[in-house]
Design a binder for this molecule. Structure first.
Ligand code: NAD
Ligand code: GDD
Length: 327
């Protein structure tokens, strides 16, 4: 039986990865600070532990895992990354996790570590035109990420690549571009635009406004979580190590994303553009390299993923409303 270690298994992408590996018949050990927020884990063993601590990480590598997925990080959407209030924690927490993991894996002879980097590594100067952002893998240098989170990702992806070069490890690095779908954060301050907009629409009454940060003309592309998992697994099982973009090419403005969600909901709502943390002006995935190396790229439409996500978040909103004292 094949075995996998999933770090950050209580989180959004880690939880989906555990499900996928279980459906393939793997024995899975999951690790996180917390159990999954939205239901039971399917992991065979779930360790609650702090990956910043070497006495926690060392014993996790007591066997030769066929695949190790490193998703644990201190992360969130624009409301968490771009206020400046969390920068020291983001850098320190995530860097120390990665320093521990790669060293433990190397010391125990566990080679196949997948690292989830981010589109946030790309230079701000190439993402100022919302209609023509440049995010090809080789455009990353000279480095100038727009967030401290991006700097930590760049440091860590270089570290994993250096363990490949110096110690013959087989680490893989993917740069995820804004992943969305059911079981992701949808409230509390760490949620990203797709989930935040679904929540705002689900909570709104007909004839009212929903608030959108910025003028809404900033662009992004969003990748449905199933395709993120597929791309990650394909990279893990290939002879290519990356770094490579795992993202969608379907770029959309945030106002148009909000209009799409409103249409899905069937409500009659308008947009109110307000001041808020915005990040880069435009960003989308360049998929030439992933297609060249893996003969694959994501293909599902944004609309299909948003329909599933809205349905799930609307149910969460309904359940949360039912729990309020006056209901
Ligand atoms: P998430 O926040 O849902 O999951 C991360 C998990 O890591 C959380 O469950 C958290 O409890 C856990 N964690 C944090 N610190 C820990 C610690 N010290 N010890 C143990 N566990 C700890 O985030 P996600 O969306 O699932 O993202 C997974 C990975 O993908 C992260 O590395 C993230 O930076 C990267 N990524 C995600 C996106 C996205 O759009 N979701 C985009 C780019 C990169
Ligand atoms: N989160 C959020 N909430 N964003 C909003 C909202 C809202 O209510 N309204 C408008 N936006 C705008 C933000 O201002 C930003 O310009 C855009 O929507 C996208 O915001 P996010 O989805 O929160 O984050 P991001 O795309 O800037 O960065 C995310 O993607 C990276 C990878 O592509 C983050 O999740 C990073 O952690 C991730 O690495």
């Amino acid at each position: 039986m094949k075995t996998a270690l999933v770090l950050g298994a209580g989180g959004f992408i880690g939880g989906h990865m555990v499900n996928r590996l279980k459906s393939e018949g793997f024995w899975v050990r999951g690790v996180d600070l917390l159990y999954p927020a939205f239901g039971e884990t399917r992991a065979d063993e779930f360790v609650i532990g702090d990956l910043r601590e070497q006495h926690v990480t060392n014993p996790l590598f007591d066997r030769q895992f066929d695949e190790v997925y490193q998703f644990a990080a201190d992360m969130g959407g624009a409301g968490y990354l771009f206020t400046g209030e969390n920068d020291a924690d983001i850098m320190h927490n995530s860097a120390i996790i990665n320093l521990n993991i790669v060293k433990c894996a190397k010391d125990r002879g566990v080679n196949n570590v997948f690292y989830s980097s981010s589109a946030c590594v790309y230079p701000e100067r190439n993402q100022e035109d919302p209609n023509n952002p440049i995010c090809s893998e080789d455009s990353v240098y000279p480095a100038d990420p727009d967030s401290e989170y991006g700097w930590e990702k760049l440091f860590s992806e270089r570290m994993y690549s250096n363990f490949n070069r110096q110690h013959g490890m087989n680490c893989k690095v993917a740069r995820f571009h804004n992943i969305f779908g059911p079981f992701g954060a949808w409230r509390g301050g760490k949620e990203k635009a797709p989930a935040a907009i679904c929540r705002k629409v689900a909570e709104a009454n007909d004839g009212t406004n929903i608030e959108i940060w910025g003028d809404g003309l900033q662009t992004r592309s969003f990748l449905y979580v199933d395709e993120c998992i597929e791309g990650s697994i394909k990279l893990m099982r290939s002879d290519f190590s990356g770094p490579v973009n795992v993202g969608s090419k379907e770029m959309i403005s945030i106002n148009d994303l909000a209009k799409m969600v409103i249409e899905i909901s069937g409500k009659s709502l308008s947009l109110s553009n307000i001041t808020g943390p915005e990040g880069v002006r435009g960003r989308t995935s360049d998929n030439r390299l992933i297609f060249e190396k893996l003969n694959w790229q994501p293909g599902a439409s944004l609309r299909t993923g948003m329909e599933k996500t809205y349905e799930w978040i609307a149910r969460q909103v309904e359940a949360a409303t039912a729990e309020l004292p006056n209901n």
